[in-house]
Design a protein around this ligand. Sequence first.
Ligand SMILES: Cc1cc2nc3c(=O)[nH]c(=O)nc-3n(C[C@H](O)[C@H](O)[C@H](O)COP(=O)(O)OP(=O)(O)OC[C@H]3O[C@@H](n4cnc5c(N)ncnc54)[C@H](O)[C@@H]3O)c2cc1C
Ligand code: FES
Length: 316
Amino acid sequence: MSQISSSSKKGVFSATVLANRQIGQRFHRLRLEFSADGARAFAQFKPGQFTQVDLSSAALPPEQDTPADLLDASRRELLLRRPFSFADVTAEGDKTFAELLYCVVGPATLRMTTLSSGDRVSIIGPLGNGFRILGDKKTALLVVGGMGAPPLQHLAKTLTSEHAEIEVVAFAGAKAASELPFEGRLDEISQQLGFSLPEFTKYGINSIVATDDGSAGYRGLVTDRLQQWLDEKSGLTPDSVIIYSCGPEAMLAKVAEIARDKGIDCQVSMERRMACGIGLCQSCAVECRVDDSSQTTYKLCCEDGPVFDGREVVFV
Ligand SMILES: Cc1cc2nc3c(=O)[nH]c(=O)nc-3n(C[C@H](O)[C@H](O)[C@H](O)COP(=O)(O)OP(=O)(O)OC[C@H]3O[C@@H](n4cnc5c(N)ncnc54)[C@H](O)[C@@H]3O)c2cc1C
Ligand code: FES
């Protein structure tokens, strides 16, 4: 292990792959084990924080197993690490286990599919600032867009295990049911109670699902369903509610707008291309408002985020 900064607990650690499974057509779940210093560092990993994973030495899948649209990309040399969150982190004795949920979109994630049990991966972390849990809230709404699921699954676990007094409701949206990064069946319990997504029901949380094509749940945008749900719950005191969200930026912008209009606190997890992940390269700027003035400034997604207050971000 090498320490990046003597004042922080983040560092470069080696993790062992325990399993790497495909979920549905597009998603994969990588289970990792950290030991020694890595176990201690990642036991402190907070929902919404992230890691930088080195996949440069992972093999490429055989050409016949590579999606045609990724063949060219797959031949590119992989110089930079890639940022990933964890969907779950569990410390057990002197080991820490982490679940990384990923979708294949380019050379790094393609290489990730070839990792198998016993392989070692170099991971920098824990990085950035995760979601802040505010003690005065009674209801937390988790709004997931597509691959934004991992940090909110992790947050669901933390909220239900450490803040049982907070009622949690999950909203999950995607283009179609097959684009929802959840394992197992999408069972609708009832229109009122919504869906049973195993990743949330294991924490006692039912989910409200929205798909653009109507293949599961509400037909339309998850933000429309969120708006509708909030309108129906007119008895909720805005001060007692918080929205946590992760997903495509257009969705985050709408979630932040709904929250602002309703006077509800909102935290959004932003994505930027990240060359270093530790505040050195300035490649991950997020334009932010300066307090309530009309001025803006740039913050770093990797160091100041990736979780920001929804009111401060100037969405592109
Ligand atoms: C804080 C953070 C946490 C993340 N957590 C996860 C996770 O848990 N699971 C997961 O599957 N992915 C996650 N991502 C996205 C992940 O980093 C990218 O999918 C990955 O870097 C793609 O690498 P690649 O070489 O396979 O594809 P690339 O060729 O690098 O990218 C393929 C395409 O995806 C888009 N893209 C890639 N990275 C980003 C980004 N950071 N912001 C916006 N667009 C991007 C670009 O349009 C690009 O053309 C996270 C990103 C950030 C910033
Ligand atoms: S990724 Fe380098 S400064 Fe943020």
